[in-house]
Design a protein around this ligand. Structure first.
Ligand SMILES: Nc1ncnc2c1ncn2[C@@H]1O[C@H](COP(=O)(O)OP(=O)(O)OP(=O)(O)O)[C@@H](O)[C@H]1O
Length: 285
């Protein structure tokens, strides 16, 4: 409004349904399980990745159950460590969703990009403070080494964030508030060296897939013919689930591209020779 002497056009200052909806989506509640964030960590859905993954999932769900009924230990902390791409974040997100806890938040480096060290600390503390207001909470500290700004050369990391995490991992929540903290890392030796591993009550190793695990995943994806599935699984021995998805997706495009739809709808299958070629291309990714 440039000219304040003009009569007010009432139509233009009315709040419309569109304004209301925009505001509603803009203001995100601090509480509640952030299901969208969690779902984004498992865009491929969830497939059965074999016995070891299943075992860790069950054990961590038991910890969530322990937190739910606990009177005496309001804080349980669990570290999932393993090679990059082995499925640690997806598993934590699945536990966050399946636990049905009223407050589930994931703290990741992506959500704090560009922030200063002290702002990151403040944000991490805020998530814990919010959790202390809910009777049951899960906090996922994703890729702890990245939260700590760890660089292998040096090695360098943020001592401020590391000290903050150490305090939070040991701070007992207020009476009647129970918290499960799940941390993930692919740099367990580094976390051990700065005492963060010791701050967790339990640590589980999330491994790469073995031949039989890869076979299970490939069977569920249903993109190879029965004759080729064993050979493909054999070639994928000791592969992280992330790499398996990547190579299958590449191979599903076909040699000339455009084959993915037919393959994922079950009308065609991936040619094993093309699959080997794609795998070879990904010696390191
Ligand atoms: N059980 C599963 N079913 C289907 N897809 C999965 C499963 N586990 C992991 N994935 C997929 O594999 C990819 C890598 O998983 P994720 O990010 O959880 O690995 P990570 O171990 O946390 O990796 P990083 O250490 O690099 O963070 C993701 O795209 C995820 O969707």
């Amino acid at each position: 409004m440039d000219d304040l002497t003009k009569p007010v056009d009432e139509e233009s200052i009315k709040v419309t349904m569109e304004d209301f909806l925009n505001a509603l989506y803009e203001v995100r509640p601090a509480f509640g399980a952030s299901t969208d964030d969690l779902e984004r960590c498992r865009l491929n859905g969830v497939v059965d990745c074999g016995a070891q993954h299943e075992h860790i999932y069950k054990r961590t769900m038991l910890l969530a159950e322990q937190v739910r009924v606990s009177k005496g230990s309001p804080l349980v902390t669990c570290l999932l460590e393993g090679p990059s791409g082995s499925g640690k974040t997806a598993m934590s997100a699945t536990i966050g969703i399946d636990s049905d806890f009223p407050y589930v938040k994931i703290i990741s480096a992506e959500s704090m990009i560009g922030l200063s060290e002290s702002s990151k600390c403040a944000q991490i503390v805020k998530v814990f403070e919010d959790a202390y207001k809910s009777p049951l909470s899960i906090i996922i500290l994703d890729d702890i080494e990245r939260l700590l700004e760890y660089v292998a050369i040096g090695p360098r990391f943020s001592n401020l964030i590391s000290q903050t995490l150490l305090v939070l991992l040991k701070r007992i929540p207020p009476k009647g508030k129970n918290v499960l903290v799940i941390g993930t890392t692919s740099e367990v030796a580094f976390l051990d060296s700065i005492g963060i591993c010791d701050a967790f009550s339990v640590t589980y190793h999330v491994p790469k897939l073995k031949t039989e695990d890869a076979r299970k995943v490939l069977q569920q994806l249903n993109v190879f013919s029965e004759d080729d599935i064993d050979a493909a699984a054999e070639a994928l021995n000791d592969t992280p689930i992330k790499k398996l998805y990547m190579v299958v997706e590449m191979a599903a495009q076909g040699e000339r591209g455009g084959a993915a739809e037919a393959i994922y709808s079950g009308k065609a299958k991936i040619r094993i020779s093309h699959f080997y070629d794609c795998l070879q291309d990904m010696v390191r990714y």
